[in-house]
Design a protein around this ligand. Structure first.
Ligand code: SAM
Length: 359
């Protein structure tokens, strides 16, 4: 089994940054979008085989995950993070694959925290190893955490993760994260028609009043192995309607420009939820995110067909200036807006897998 598409583009040359922008450190792409967030995939491996992300028939025992030598070291990751920070990144999310599978992850968190004290440092996990690691991640300097949880009903959850993992252990992980102070905790639920849509209200209810924020995510056509069909998408508007029929909701304005989730709060004060509607309400126009894959390539869109090889610059004798110019060139040349131009044809295109570039 060969690894799906890892097409490459050559790194474009950087344009001079206008003085006003350079002072702020902000880079702007071809559509006027600034660079603010970096998602770092620390491993392409995962212990779950969620049917919508890493289906077992593709990611089976023979799947060619990256060999050790191809994976960026902690030192390389921190160096890249510093370069991106110099270009205006203020929020870093560690992801994967399953980031808690990366050995000594708290050491990386501590190194990032030491190098970039003011950055907002977060992590997305399936929660399977969170009970054991929450305290050490918090002690290392992680600010917050997002836990994926697609159902509360154990049978549905086990079916979706496809490795028979019990929901109880993820809930224990969430509790451990709350005890460690990794709050507010966000809980991500991907909603798939006919699979777990019956769990929307149960999940909302479970976390109502807990201080944790559930975010309902539309099933997306990331990668090319999850058999995506528009019919399987439950639009966010429907999710909001179903919950508000039972618990009244009202919209809340975004915390900051470019926030991915649209926010809603319970009118009775029991907290808030979010919806992420990449399919029915594209938010490309305000996308400020870049992604660094496990093997050191930069992707400027979750739905990319091409990445930029930063690792070969990183592993050459190039200095930080050259690396910074490469990052600037990549961002400045960016014109992607996949979700705005999605069609059945684009959905079928060979795109890089989400487990590979980081969710
Ligand atoms: N393993 C970690 C986890 O489970 O959270 C981090 C990586 S995972 C790829 C990041 C997030 O992407 C998860 O919340 C997952 O549910 C979501 N995701 C994966 N495939 C998706 C798809 N096709 N549509 C929508 N969300 C998806």
């Amino acid at each position: 089994m060969s690894r799906p598409v890892i097409a490459l583009r050559s790194v474009p040359a950087a344009r001079p940054i206008p003085a006003a922008r350079a002072q702020e450190g902000a880079l702007v792409d071809a559509r006027g979008r600034e660079l603010h967030d970096l998602r770092i995939s620390v491993t392409d491996r995962c212990n779950f085989r969620c049917t919508y992300c890493m289906p077992k028939d593709v990611f089976g025992p023979d799947y060619p995950f990256l060999p050790h030598a191809e994976v960026l070291t902690f030192e390389e990751i921190v160096r890249v993070a510093r370069i991106f920070h110099g270009h205006g990144v203020r929020k870093i999310r560690l992801t994967g694959g399953e980031p808690l599978l990366r050995r000594d992850l708290p050491v990386l968190v501590a190194q990032l925290r030491a190098a970039l004290p003011g950055v907002d440092l977060t992590l997305t996990t399936n929660g399977s190893a969170l009970k054991a690691q929450a305290a050490s991640l918090a002690a290392a300097g992680l600010d917050r955490i997002t836990v994926s949880l697609d159902a509360l009903d154990d049978a549905t959850f086990r079916r979706m993760n496809d490795v028979d993992f019990p929901v109880e252990r993820v809930l224990e992980g969430i509790e451990a994260a709350a005890r460690a102070g990794l709050s507010p905790i966000k809980v991500n639920m991907v909603v798939k028609r006919g699979v777990n849509e019956h769990q929307v209200l149960d999940v909302a209810r479970h976390f109502r009043g807990s201080g944790h924020i559930v975010r309902f995510i539309e099933f997306m056509d990331v990668g090319s192995t999850n058999g995506w069909r528009m019919d399987d998408v439950v639009p966010s508007a429907e999710v909001v309607r179903r919950i508000s029929e039972v618990h009244a909701l009202e919209p809340v304005s975004a915390n900051y420009a470019g926030e991915v989730a649209e926010r809603w709060r319970y009118v009775d004060g029991a907290g808030e939820i979010g919806v992420i509607s990449s399919v029915t309400q594209a938010f490309c126009g305000s996308c400020t995110r870049a992604r660094l894959s496990t093997h050191g390539h930069v992707y400027t869109c979750l739905f990319s067909q091409h990445g930029f090889d930063l690792k070969s610059i990183l592993r050459s004798d190039a200095g930080d200036d050259e690396l910074a110019r490469a990052v600037a060139g990549i961002w400045q040349a960016r014109a992607d807006r996949y979700s705005e131009i999605r069609t059945a044809e684009t959905a079928a295109a060979r795109k890089v897998e989400m487990s590979f570039i980081g969710g």
